[in-house]
Design a protein around this ligand. Structure first.
Ligand code: FES
Length: 83
């Protein structure tokens, strides 16, 4: 199982949840979000390392290495940072 590390908060194993956001939310991480549908950008974080797969089309466009936690799952161990 890929491990998700959130800088300053800790880490959790991804266990087949719908999205990275869902896995972090279930584990009690204090993650920002609103729409959960790739539209608002509230869940945008910086991907510091690792690879993700996009699981839904998103209306919100991220910059650079930023990702929407509601719209991806981790493929490898990942490290993310709130921005
Ligand atoms: S929660 Fe709105 S884009 Fe992810």
């Amino acid at each position: 199982m890929p491990k998700i590390t959130v800088v300053g908060q800790g880490e959790v194993e991804f266990d087949g949840q719908f999205s990275m956001l869902e896995a972090l939310d279930e584990a009690g991480f204090d993650m920002p979000y609103s729409c959960r549908g790739g539209n608002c950008g509230a869940c945008e974080v910086r991907l510091l390392s690792g690879n993700v797969e996009h699981i839904q089309d998103t209306a919100y466009e991220t910059r650079g290495k930023d990702i929407l936690t509601c719209s991806v799952i981790p493929l490898t161990d990942v490290e993310i940072e709130l921005i």
